[in-house]
Write a protein that binds this ligand. Structure first.
Ligand SMILES: C[S@@+](CC[C@H](N)C(=O)[O-])C[C@H]1O[C@@H](n2cnc3c(N)ncnc32)[C@H](O)[C@@H]1O
Length: 189
């Protein structure tokens, strides 16, 4: 009897290990495919302790619409919706942060929408504020899109990486130890 019980426990443990391995493999695969789809921009979350600094730097107001281009798990957008009364819109190509974002939005009931779409194809005409945490090469490619689509009064806030040609109207240096990750660039259009 004891041996049968022990066997059942062993089988349950093996099933749990198998399920965890499958989930980890799928997450890793999704990140690798995401890297290929985004041309090498990895999924790395903005440091939570900088959410407030970023949204204060860009002076986000209640009712404004903030876009996060490459929103990852949409944590910044959820924060902006909950703490600043803004509406969030995110674009994310990598599957598992996108699914995580959908789940988090559902659970928190935050006023945020996310799309599994390439942000180069996004229409920015409804945005009041655009947030980016990307790479210098991607910022360079986005700069003409911003010049074309962002209207007077719109703001762009970029974490860590600046636009190559436009001069930032404000640079906030946070207490982060890392030289680039500590910088927040704000551009007024
Ligand atoms: C450094 S992470 C930033 C995540 C999030 N914005 C944050 O601050 O926590 C950049 C994200 O952009 C996504 N990404 C890169 N290029 C993209 C594209 N063209 N369209 C949609 N998402 C993209 C990547 O999948 C990645 O999750």
């Amino acid at each position: 009897m004891k041996i049968i019980k022990l066997e059942i426990v062993m089988i349950i443990i093996l099933i749990i290990i198998l399920v965890i391995s499958i989930i980890v493999t799928l997450m890793t695969l999704s990140l690798i495919i995401g890297l290929i789809m985004t041309g090498g921009v990895p999924f790395i979350s903005t440091s939570k302790k900088d959410f407030q600094n970023i949204l204060e730097a860009v002076d986000l107001k209640p009712g404004e619409i903030i876009y996060d281009l490459g929103c990852g798990k949409a944590h910044l957008l959820i924060y902006a919706a909950k703490k600043f009364g803004a509406k969030g819109v995110g674009y994310e190509l990598t599957l598992w942060p996108y699914l995580w974002a959908k789940l988090k939005i559902y659970l928190t009931k935050a006023n945020v929408k996310v799309f599994r779409q390439n942000f180069f194809k996004a229409d920015l005409s409804q945005a009041d504020v655009v947030f980016c945490y990307l790479f210098p090469a991607v910022m360079a490619k986005l700069e003409p899109k911003f010049s074309k689509e962002l209207k007077s009064g719109n703001r762009l806030v970029s974490y860590a990486f600046k636009l190559p040609d436009k001069i930032a109207d404000k640079v906030v240096i946070t207490n982060n130890d890392h030289a680039e990750l500590g910088k927040i660039y704000v551009y007024n259009y």
